[in-house]
Write a protein that binds this ligand. Structure first.
Ligand SMILES: Cc1ncc(COP(=O)(O)O)c(C=O)c1O
Length: 510
């Protein structure tokens, strides 16, 4: 006999607050209370939740239990490269010499950190097949903007600034590409994809001209396909005097195998947090260094990290530099982890990409009969399937498949991207997954395709086994409640109401 256990609501932390409760107490400090000018002093104490330590620990542990991460299970989020983060990286980034270093430490006392940055620059330049690197940008998207600012500075320096006003972007591009082009003040021109998943060469031959500043492209593309005409693409742009920008979000496919610089790209950004592991997601932390060909080096942000014999230092003496794009020298902790990841592979970095490509092709081979495959080619580190066959035959969409995967304890792949594939499911296993895990995932995807045919409602109502069930996507997007409105907050958790007057009291106690 199965016993139904009612679901226990999870109250918000503010709903659990009771005036005067504390998680910790500090000894009286006896320090003078600083005088704050009245115009700067806040009118009332901040409304902080008041909880005893056990309840506080339970609250946050409970939230952690409800979330899903790479340490919980398989996370094949295409284009986001969610690979295992080796614990060794966390260990080295916590070494006091790195952890406690102040960004304003004088160079003599920070030689180790500067050397690490310089060595990382050297490795990244080699991986890209280009000449110089800045580590400053804090994310791929900021790397994009920085790269386009470099493009702008380069053409301005040549007296072509007013003429070259257009940048081409592929229709498979990540949304940040067109956004960066627009932010950098360029006109955007979209270029389509042909039947094999390559850039449409005819369109490029027709439209690239003396007004073109450049192309932004990721290769392999977000379809997981390596552009078979990349040399011809580069020729078209270079013949017109334009530059090629490489969005390195998919670099995990090609490290040590092919280099963007050899393909003809002049500017490259890396997503350190993807390719070289990093606990990322939810907006950070990230690193988006940029590599360039020698002719663009004078425009790189300051300070550059340079080596003079056995010494390392910051070089600010770059009169043509576009200036600073981030505080201090960039996201240093990210550099340490990326460097540790790279060094753990050593000269065998190629093995990383080969395993990533092999894993993706293995999963693709197992799924190709059950889902539509819009571009039937060997893939690189990721691939894009379409659930349009399930939608056509059973009314089951990519979103339904994604939600049902959560019942099988897998993180969904990226869905509905790239935009040119209807009902897209973009799957990126990464190199850090064993065959058993890949098989379990493929089994789940195949089971869902079967369920779509025989138990449609099961798939459409999923997830059934997660703490948060199917949400109203429209309401969630249009009426997101992102802050606690003390006096009239809707009881979203279904938990107990706050004690009478608790919110008001909380202000005094805080
Ligand atoms: C293809 C591609 N380009 C650029 C970016 C932007 O990188 P970031 O999230 O680090 O800003 C992403 C992020 O997912 C991406 O997938």
């Amino acid at each position: 006999m199965s016993v139904q256990v009612p679901e226990i609501p999870t109250p918000l932390v503010f709903e659990q607050s009771r005036p005067g409760r504390r998680a910790s107490t500090f000894p009286a400090h006896g320090l003078p209370v600083p005088e704050v000018p009245p115009e700067l002093a806040r009118g009332r104490a901040p409304r902080l939740p008041e909880l005893a330590e056990p309840e506080l620990v339970r609250h946050f542990t409970g939230l952690a239990d409800r979330t899903f991460g790479v340490d919980t299970g398989f996370y094949p989020l295409g284009s986001c490269t969610m690979k295992h983060n080796p614990r060794m990286n966390e260990r080295v980034v916590s070494l006091p010499g790195f952890r406690d270093l102040h960004p304003l430490q004088e160079e003599d006392g920070a030689q180790g950190a500067l050397e690490l940055m310089w060595r990382l620059q050297e490795i990244l330049a080699e991986v890209a097949g280009l000449d110089a690197v800045t580590l400053q940008p804090a994310a791929g998207s900021q790397g994009e903007l920085t790269g386009l600012m470099l493009m702008r500075a380069y053409f301005a320096d040549r007296g072509e600034g007013g003429v070259r006003d257009t940048v081409f972007v592929a229709d498979t591009a990540h949304g940040t590409n067109p956004a960066s082009v627009t932010m950098a003040g360029y006109k955007l021109e979209k270029v389509g994809t042909d039947a094999r998943g390559n850039l449409d060469l005819e369109v490029l031959r027709e439209r690239v001209n003396e007004r073109t500043a450049g192309l932004m492209l990721t290769n392999p593309s977000t379809l997981g396909l390596f552009d078979e005409s990349i040399e011809e693409v580069a020729r078209i742009f270079h013949d017109a005097g334009a530059l090629l920008y490489y969005d390195g979000a998919n670099l995990n496919a090609v490290c040590g195998i092919s280099r963007p610089g050899d393909m003809g790209f002049d500017i490259v950004h890396y997503n350190l947090h993807k390719t070289f592991s990093q606990p990322h997601g939810g907006g950070g932390p990230g690193g988006g260094p940029v590599a360039v060909r020698g002719k663009l080096e004078p425009f790189l942000p300051v300070p550059a990290v340079v080596r003079d014999g056995d010494r390392f230092r910051f070089d600010y003496d770059r009169p043509k530099s576009i200036g600073k794009v981030r505080g201090f020298a960039g996201p240093f902790g990210v550099f340490v982890r990326a460097y540790a990841y790279i060094r753990s592979y050593g000269p065998g970095l190629r093995a990383m990409s080969e395993a990533a490509v092999l894993n993706a092709n293995y999963v693709l081979a197992r799924l190709r009969e059950a889902y539509d495959l819009p571009f039937d080619r060997l893939c690189m580190h990721e691939f894009v399937l379409s659930a349009r066959n399930l939608k056509r035959d059973h009314g089951v969409t990519a979103l339904d498949v994604a939600k049902r995967l959560m019942d099988y304890r897998f993180h969904p792949p990226t869905i509905y991207f790239p935009l040119i594939v209807p009902e897209a499911l973009m799957i990126e296993p990464t190199e850090t997954e064993p065959k058993e895990r890949l098989d379990a995932f493929a089994d789940a995807m195949l089971a869902i395709a079967r369920e779509a045919a025989v138990e449609r409602e099961l798939v459409k109502g999923a997830p059934h086994r997660r703490p948060v069930k199917r949400v109203d996507e429209v309401q969630a997007a249009k009426r997101a409640i992102v802050r606690y409105r003390f006096d009239d907050h809707p009881r979203l958790s279904g938990g107990p109401a706050p004690a009478a007057g608790a919110a008001v009291e909380a202000q005094k106690g805080a």
